[in-house]
Design a protein around this ligand. Structure first.
Ligand code: ADP
Length: 513
């Protein structure tokens, strides 16, 4: 800034002179004044050697609220809060600027309306060619917004309790400390600020130079993240997740690091617990699988062993009835007939149980099966005259991925049920249809029989669940359980739609070949 014209050099308190009035003969001074005169972001003004305002720009008017004519000639002390005035700060600032050429400060200043703003201030001593002090240039910036943002930021960081957030200087000495850091590491700010962050490392890690390596890595990569054991003030270890970020100033020079540490001990413990539970569960599942397998094996052998005596009862009853029927007294033949029927029923039951149990034990490797042929084979197993009541509507080319004997067994059960659950005296009819849907083959077994009410449609697939007495409709209550197990073992599903009195449709879906 060029020297001030003599007249305005030491303006008195009552001077109304404005810097703009001090017209310079030099064109660059004029330009310079224009420049200052247009700046609104900075208050740029001149003070006399005593601190009286000599010039004023639009930025000064905007920031401090005074118009040029209101403030020129007034002492610059009006901008200071009472505490600063009492401490003699304005005079001190001019003295320092006069002595060293420049004074820089940040602090509260007062606007015309009495409100405060956070100012960044630079006061520069102005001297003439002979070196005599002729006044001061003052540049003030309103940093209230920035300060508030910084304050909010600081409060936010300080208030965080889940994370230790702190900063280090370039050597790893701690420069700030938040609540989370105190909570996690156990040190108060007073105890730890100024100390080196290597204090948090285990002896082995510190001896291995890990702290320095972490900082070097952060500088090299622009970021460091890691997990490891750290030590609390009381010596206890904790598992931490650490993020270190280097901080640089505007010119890119390293000025320190920020460090965020999370205590992961709880998580680690939780993880260990989950793993432990998973292991226990695995053991239990293996146990229950083994128990299931044992139960299956037991059921199988019991069913198997039951059949021999049953066959004996059936056989001997039959012989007695055939060979000695006529010689038997009174109701004996009739009673024996009952024994025979009961034995036959028992035999069916055992046979069905055996089939059901076997389905859980055999290896089922689905292979391509021609559906029409399989359904025909199932129909062949239906006794003579009923067989004709089964119609098929299946594309002969349809192939399905299935275990052929199981598929036939399933179909026999469904067709058999469809022919069985009919109102007395009516002729049954069952239709088996199939269609391909993308990679799935849908097979339907439909009847026009008695139907199943909605509330029973799920339980009929369970073993021994029957909706009728054996007298009304004979059966063991195992057929649909075999259907369900067989289909699910082949990777398919089965479901029923039914309207009581109208009929039922059992639909099976199996993967296409
Ligand atoms: P079972 O046929 O030996 O009784 P299932 O397990 O095959 O045993 O069937 C269980 C029950 O589901 C039957 O007792 C019957 O009440 C009912 N059910 C099965 N299929 C049909 C059907 N097509 N129509 C009506 N009810 C049926």
């Amino acid at each position: 800034m060029g020297p001030l014209p003599k007249k305005s050099r030491l303006p008195g308190k009552d001077s109304k002179a404005n810097a703009a009035a001090a017209v310079s003969p030099l064109p660059y001074e004029h330009t310079f004044r224009l420049l200052v005169g247009s700046v609104t972001d900075y208050a740029i003004f001149l003070l006399s050697t005593e601190g009286v305002v000599v010039s004023w720009n639009p930025g000064a008017e905007r920031i401090k609220g005074y118009k040029a004519e209101e403030i020129i000639g007034k002492p610059f002390t009006v901008f200071y809060p009472e505490v600063d005035l009492q401490a003699g700060k304005p005079a001190m600032e001019l003295r320092v600027a006069g002595e060293v050429g420049r004074f820089e400060d940040e602090g509260w200043r007062i606007r015309k309306d009495g409100s405060r703003f956070w100012a960044s201030v630079i006061i520069t001593a102005l001297r003439d060619e002979t070196g005599t002090l002729i006044g001061f240039g003052k540049i003030t910036r309103d940093l209230t917004d920035r300060r508030e943002a910084e304050l909010r930021h600081r409060l936010l960081i300080e208030g965080v309790t889940d994370y230790a957030i702190y900063s280090l200087d370039v050597n790893g000495n701690i420069t700030s400390w938040n609540t989370g850091a105190q909570r996690i590491k156990g040190y108060t700010a007073e105890e730890i600020v100024g100390k080196n962050f290597s204090n948090f490392y285990t002896r082995e890690d510190a001896d291995a130079g890990l702290p320095a390596k972490v900082l070097a890595e952060a500088v090299r990569q622009g970021h460091f993240e890691g997990e490891g054991w750290r030590v609390r003030k009381d010596g206890r270890r904790f598992w931490s997740n650490v993020v270190v970020t280097p901080m640089r100033d505007e010119s890119g020079d390293l000025i320190g690091f920020t460090k965020i540490t999370r205590d992961m001990t709880d998580r680690m413990q939780l993880l260990e617990k989950i793993q432990q539970h998973a292991q226990e569960l695995e053991v239990r599942m293996a146990e229950s699988e083994r128990a299931n397998a044992e139960l299956e094996a037991f059921g199988y052998s019991v069913s198997h062993d039951l059949r021999a005596p049953l066959r004996a009862i059936e056989g001997f009853s039959d012989i007695i009835l055939t060979d000695f029927g006529t010689q038997l007294p009174g109701r004996v033949p009739e009673l024996l007939q009952n024994v025979l029927q009961a034995a036959t029923r028992m035999n069916h039951l055992v046979q069905d149980l055996l089939d059901y149990s076997r389905l859980g034990r055999i290896d089922i490797d689905p292979a391509p099966v021609n559906l029409l042929r399989a359904v025909r084979e199932a129909r062949e197993q239906i006794p003579g005259k009923l067989r004709d009541k089964v119609t098929l509507s299946i594309d002969p080319a349809l192939m399905v991925a299935a275990h052929r004997p199981t598929l036939i067994q399933v179909l026999v059960n469904l067709i058999d049920n469809g022919l069985k659950f009919y109102p007395q005296g009516r002729t049954p009819h069952v239709e088996v249809t199939a269609r391909a849907e993308n990679d799935i083959i849908m097979i339907s077994v439909c009847d026009e029989g008695i139907g199943i009410s909605r509330q029973h449609q799920e339980r009929i697939f369970h073993v021994f669940e029957r909706l009728h007495s054996a007298e009304t409709y004979p059966g063991t209550g195992i057929g649909l359980a075999i259907v369900k197990r067989g289909i699910s073992r082949m990777g398919g599903t089965v479901q029923v739609e039914s309207t009581p009195g109208k009929g039922s449709r059992f639909s099976i879906s199996l993967p296409a070949k």
